[in-house]
Design a protein around this ligand. Structure first.
Ligand SMILES: [Zn+2]
Ligand SMILES: [Zn+2]
Length: 348
């Protein structure tokens, strides 16, 4: 089969590799589509280490074969792939929060070969955990690839009462900021503002016709001044930080009204994550802080159901499609802001 193989940092070659075969308890998937993610970009460049040389974790596939002992999964069924695999034993895994596994989770496309290939094997531990999430026949393969990143956004906002919210602000107009905004919309938040420092990025979101109320250039407008005017000085109900800029956490806290919520969706640079905060504002305003670390099965099911029910329209989000043999072109397109990509999907 063909696969995009990482030879060394920054050097990926699409070449023939032996066809994988499913062992006992394993499932062979024919890849229908696999989307490129920002994390993939960091792995491909060598900035982030993984154990395998075929990556890709936003996957839609069809079962092409099953190993001995696989009873409930049949050839021809369609699935998307849950990335995270927990130990199954620790207290977090026992309550199905495998994304918070105390032993540290492993993941498809990181410790096991991923989806930038024609075929991929789901290991027994993933099959047993239920990492194959069924999708209906009429859900397109490329929309299926969005379930993984969408599930992470569902997770990051799961304790935020969006249904009752008048106004939320999202920092970051990349695909993750957009998906957070779409989850907020689907859950009933009334006014959704996306802020980004890139005018080109905001123009792209406008061009795609995404259902947001305000697209604000926070390089030109002060977020504090803008929110003050827009809310009559009260502040917004929630802020999501979907850009890897730690200062935005402090900026975001100051935008919140009483009982507000702030989600730190983005991871910050590991060398520099510490930030001084006004703890009295958190205390007297009774503010709520949320983390976000990947997702577990429940969030995949919710993300899938948002798409299947049409509560989230994913069609405008995929801006570019490439064949597997164009893999390097796809990576270049994602890394070049002038290409105006939001989500790029590889269709083998
Ligand atoms: Zn991803
Ligand atoms: Zn565990």
């Amino acid at each position: 089969m063909k696969a995009a193989v990482i030879k060394k940092p920054g050097m990926i070659v699409v070449e023939d590799v032996p066809n994988p075969t499913p062992g006992a308890g394993e499932v062979l998937l024919k890849i229908e589509a696999c989307a490129l993610c920002g994390t993939d970009q960091r792995v491909l460049s060598g900035e982030k280490h993984v154990d395998v040389n075929i990556v890709g974790h936003e996957i839609t596939g069809t079962v092409a074969g099953v190993g001995v002992g696989v009873k409930t999964i049949k050839k021809g069924q369609r699935f998307i792939v849950q990335t995270v695999i927990g130990c199954g034993q620790c207290p977090m895994c026992k309550i199905h929060r495998e994304n918070l596994c105390e032993k540290g989770f492993v993941a498809m496309g990181y410790q096991f070969n991923g989806g930038f290939a024609e075929y991929m094997v789901m290991p027994k531990v993933a099959v047993d955990q239920g990492c194959l999430i069924p999708i209906p026949a009429d859900l397109s393969a490329e929309t299926g690839t969005l379930i993984e990143p969408l599930s992470c956004c569902v997770n990051g906002m799961k304790y935020i009462p969006l249904e009752q919210m008048e106004h939320i602000v999202i920092f970051g107009g990349g695909i993750i900021g957009v998906l957070n905004g779409l989850v907020a919309r689907a859950r009933g938040a009334k006014r959704i503002t996306i802020m980004d420092v890139s005018a080109a990025r905001l123009d792209l979101l406008k061009k795609l016709g995404l259902p947001f109320d305000d697209l604000i250039n926070s390089g030109v407008n002060s977020p504090a001044e803008w929110v003050k005017t827009a809310t009559g000085g009260r502040g917004v109900n929630a802020v999501v930080v979907a850009a890897s800029v730690k200062a935005l956490v402090g900026v975001g806290l100051n935008l919140l009204r009483r009982a507000g919520h702030l989600s730190i969706f983005a991871g910050m640079p590991k060398s520099d994550p510490v930030l001084p905060l006004d703890t009295n504002r958190i205390h007297y305003y009774e503010l709520n802080l949320h983390g976000a670390n990947s997702s577990s099965q429940e969030e995949y099911l919710q993300a899938r159901d948002f798409l299947v029910a049409g509560k989230i329209d994913a069609r405008p989000l995929v801006t570019h499609r490439f064949r597997l043999d164009q893999f390097n072109e796809a990576v270049k397109t994602q890394g070049d802001p002038s290409c105006g990509s939001l989500k790029i999907v590889i269709i083998p």
